[in-house]
Design a binder for this molecule. Structure first.
Ligand SMILES: Cc1ncc(COP(=O)(O)O)c(C=O)c1O
Length: 360
């Protein structure tokens, strides 16, 4: 079934009037347009491209009470006018569907998801940042909107794709990470593998605690034993141990990152041994102390690859990485960005150019 798209008459004017700020942080500026569709009476509506702005919902909408919502995060690239290039949107779609199933939400048809992304990127082409490391961040979002206050899956939903011209996620070069040994972000049988607001809400108190200690991030451990490394609040975790690339194996408490998977494939392709396993935190701390573990980095769409400077316990014990600029992580980062920004060939077939964008 072909998706019908309604384009609001103000769209070109909104794009024409938008001024890209001279410097870009992450997610600070919203783009002037968004995609929107509704699920009602068991069916999806047509897609609309409308101005970005406030939406009207009843305070009883289920999203506000029972957190029935999911989202995604991906980027469109236009480095040096090479784009607009999209990267592995199929993986984001599959994760969106996994998240929607876990939250008892209706799966969105792939064509609607992809058309919404392509349309906002296509219209946003004239305002896409073009410097290396910059992109148009895209935020697909599905929220439960019916206004019946009982606890049960909503009958109505709204889908959006929001945009944000963005640059670096971290402004500081020093990334200290607090090992969270008390609280948990996710637990077996829960919603940790889904990209849904509740997981992030669960991480915010730990974020405050880390900030109070002058640190940037939280390293989450498994909820049952507080023994095994899982991930950071918005990124997956990697360590180089004896020259090999180690990362926690996936389970239902870890978000399966598209960047994680891409780095594993790039590492394999470049002859680096990859090990996915249960990683005990105390073994890692010992490996850092005796220099078997020389570097660690976090990865995700927003942060790309970010070297970690040290891990720290709440009592102040600090474990500094020997190679704080993470040379292996940075090598993988540049290979990934070369593909994403269209500077190198793409042996994996990960990128695609959005059609028709130059006509907008
Ligand atoms: C909890 C969590 N883990 C990992 C990731 C990395 O996922 P991806 O590489 O698909 O952005 C993210 C970011 O989306 C995240 O929020």
């Amino acid at each position: 079934m072909a998706i019908k798209i309604h384009i609001d008459t103000d769209i070109l004017e909104k794009i024409g009037k938008f001024e890209l700020p001279p410097t870009l942080g992450f997610g600070e500026v919203s783009g002037p347009i968004m995609a929107s569709a509704e699920f009602k009476n068991g069916e999806w509506s047509d897609l609309s491209i409308i101005p970005f702005g406030p939406i009207s919902l009843y305070p009883t909408a289920k999203v506000f009470h029972y957190a029935q919502e999911i989202f995604e995060g991906l980027k469109a690239y236009n480095y040096n006018d090479n784009g607009p290039l999209l990267f592995r949107t199929n993986e984001n779609y599959k994760r969106f569907v996994r998240s929607s199933e876990r939250l008892a939400m209706p799966p969105i048809p792939q064509e609607l998801f992809e058309k919404a992304i392509e349309s906002v990127v296509s219209y946003s082409y004239p305002i896409m940042p073009k410097r290396a490391g910059e992109s148009l961040y895209l935020r697909p979002l599905l929220i439960a909107t019916d206004n019946i206050m009982s606890v049960r899956p909503s009958l109505e939903y709204r889908f959006f794709v929001l945009t944000s011209p963005s640059g670096d996620y971290f402004s500081s070069a020093t990334i200290g990470v607090l090992i969270e040994r008390e609280q948990s972000r996710a637990f077996p049988g829960g919603i940790g593998f889904a990209k849904t607001g509740g997981n992030y809400a669960a991480s915010l108190m730990a974020y405050k605690k880390a900030k109070e200690l002058g640190l940037s991030q939280t390293l989450w451990l498994d909820a049952l034993e507080h023994k095994y490394i899982e991930e950071l609040s918005g990124m997956n975790f990697f360590a180089i141990i004896n020259g090999e690339l180690h990362t926690p194996e996936l389970n239902d408490t870890i978000l399966e990152g598209v960047t994680r998977d891409s780095l594993l494939k790039l590492a394999n392709h470049n002859g680096i041994k990859v090990v996915e396993r249960k990683m005990a935190i105390d073994d890692l701390l010992r490996d850092i102390k005796n220099n078997h573990c020389t570097e660690a980095f976090a990865c995700g769409t927003a942060a790309v690859v970010t070297p970690l400077t040290f891990l720290q316990d709440a009592n102040g014990d600090r474990y500094e990485f020997q190679n704080q600029n993470a040379p292996i992580g940075m090598m993988l980062k540049s290979k990934l960005l070369d593909i994403q920004e269209g500077r190198s060939s793409d042996p994996f077939g990960w990128t695609r150019k959005v059609q028709g964008a130059s006509l907008q």
